[in-house]
Design a protein around this ligand. Structure first.
Ligand code: NDP
Length: 285
């Protein structure tokens, strides 16, 4: 079997076109979606992510604001900026790029963001809402995966799904979203006893491990749908996922590549959340 490739770049473009259209309508009605991004320190990867987010906002017709602080910035300074942005009705989404320098308590910073502007979906209130199946802001990466499964025509209801990884930003919310969509979900992590056995039974495998080529073709059930969230940089400089694409694509029925898979969907869903925040704000005004 040779797997069909689920092209995240193409899906992302399609979704972004729709977002741009809706943003233009909202702007014409007097509310231009606006995302404020806060970057602390000079981590090169974070700087690239922020640049890409700002560029994507502009392309979609959003307003974007960028606030940069030195690596030795005081947490109070950043918290004061968050409070100011919380109070600014023209700002709909606030994003603090992670990781933060060590003098910061990341949880406290994320909790300082108004949940109604928490477009990353990392605030505990939004995570609680997600757990209860209530309307909230969903974390962008797992929400992007759900969108890809939908566009790929994957039957989630009733499927056996295995999520490898249990982080707050990917693995856990991913498991909750699959569960809400009717899958029977198993979450594997570094303490899982028989990871290969769990993966072998899965109709849908989502790998969010952060280890290059962790999932290989021989671990998969023939015909499985394989979603690779991992972004790993090899010593050669090449990017690779958590799935060994070559062997896995011989066994899977549908697979996402890296790059060009889940990655482009993450920023897309960030735009989606910002639009949603702006729509909610406009409806309230
Ligand atoms: P974390 O490091 O926070 O979590 C990794 C998870 O994998 C942990 O739950 C860990 O288990 C588990 N794990 C690690 N090693 C093993 C192992 N040997 N066997 C089983 N489980 C293991 O990573 P993130 O969730 O933040 O990210 C995961 C990957 O996704 C990374 O490659 C990251 O770069 C990528 N990513 C991609 C995004 C995108 O836009 N495409 C966005 C966000 C992340 P334990 O909890 O027990 O330690």
């Amino acid at each position: 079997m040779t797997a069909r490739i689920l092209d995240g770049k193409a899906i992302a473009e399609q979704v972004r076109e729709d977002i741009a259209l809706k943003a233009a309508q909202l702007t014409a009605q007097g509310t231009q979606p606006c995302l404020a991004v806060i970057l602390v320190g000079s981590d090169p990867a974070s700087a690239v992510y922020v640049r890409n987010k700002v560029a994507a906002c502009e392309k979609a017709g959003f307003r974007s604001l960028k606030f940069e602080y030195a690596a030795d910035a005081q947490p109070e300074t950043v918290l004061a900026k968050i409070a100011e942005l919380n109070a600014d009705a023209s700002v709909h989404g606030i994003l603090v790029q992670l990781p933060l320098p060590k003098q910061f308590d990341e949880e406290a910073v994320l909790e300082a963001i108004d949940p109604a502007k928490d477009v990353d979906g990392f605030h505990a209130e939004n995570f609680g809402m997600l757990l209860q199946g209530r309307e909230s802001f969903y974390p962008c990466t797992p929400w992007g995966v759900m969108k890809m499964l939908e566009v790929g025509g994957v039957q989630v209801q009733g499927a056996d799904a295995v999520v490898i990884g249990r982080s707050n930003i990917v693995g856990k919310p991913m498991a909750v979203m699959l569960l809400s969509a009717g899958a029977t979900v198993t979450v594997c992590h570094s303490k899982t006893k028989d990871l290969a056995g769990h993966v072998k039974r899965a109709d849908i495998v989502v790998a969010a491990v952060g280890r290059p080529n962790f999932v290989t073709g021989d671990m998969l059930k023939p015909g499985a749908v394989v979603i690779d969230v991992g972004i790993n940089r090899l010593p050669s400089g090449k990017l690779c996922g958590d799935v060994d694409f070559e062997s896995a694509s011989q066994v899977a029925s549908l697979i996402t590549p890296v790059p060009g898979g889940v990655g482009p969907m993450t920023i897309t869903m960030l735009l989606g959340n910002t639009l949603l925040a702006a729509q909610r704000a406009a409806a309230k005004a």
